[in-house]
Design a protein around this ligand. Sequence first.
Ligand code: NAD
Length: 255
Amino acid sequence: MAGLLEGRISLVTGAGWGIGRATSLVMAREGATVVVSDLNADGGEETLSAIKEAGGDGIFVHADVSRPDDVAALVGQVVAAYGRLDCAYNNAGIEGYMAGRLHEYPEEEWDRLIDVNVKGVWLCLKHEIPQMMQQGGGAIVNTASAAGLVGSRRLSAYVASKHAVVGLTKAAALEYAQDGIRVNAVCPGIIDTPMVRRLIGGRDAEYENSIPARQPIGRLGTPEEIAESVAWLCSDAASLVTGLAMAVDGGFTAQ
Ligand code: NAD
């Protein structure tokens, strides 16, 4: 039986760790050739090795998604290597400063977070879409968050950035629906990745123990559970789905 993404050329940003790595592996398992991209070359190369060990194929391209020249070169390298871009997963993101309330948030931290989480996604869309238009279509998934659907204390910049990703997703879905390009967002709940380990790391045991109970399902999600959703959204099985901000959050936003 053919995989969901058989023969597709996929790009994944933030693919060096966590959700991006898991999604790269699931896309490869489903038959895609995967362009693994990250700011962190070691992490990206490890993801590519894991793909190849599992019998898949792809390349690693170093890029900082907040840098316009990097993103232009990244999409250029995908097209130079494979001649097309069928699926793009714009996943790179950072958690930013977590220690204080909105009025305590340092301006430079705000600027960096918005540069990566919002401008980074916009730059990826800006360069991916013309290639998809030229080839007659494609599928894009952006990583927003449950924090793109509801508010959260002490996460103001992150919450604002992920609501912006949901907005960009809806706007792009409307603008390019007639071009055969679907644009969706995945909104993960609390997923066990290095990012969440960093968030929990600085807090006490009581806080750590309280985390699983925040999701009705009673546990953290796994990166693989997000990856399966992204692969489906990128596939023809989701051919009627565009402009969706899909919660994959163990019931977090249903509360
Ligand atoms: P992670 O920190 O484990 O991995 C993020 C990856 O992105 C890393 O490999 C990092 O090197 C890369 N990266 C960071 N800045 C970059 C940049 N400027 N350019 C290119 N690559 C960059 O994080 P994760 O938990 O896997 O998060 C992935 C995405 O999922 C992020 O957008 C995050 O906001 C989102 N998210 C995570 C959770 C969660 O609970 N883990 C929940 C909701 C949303």
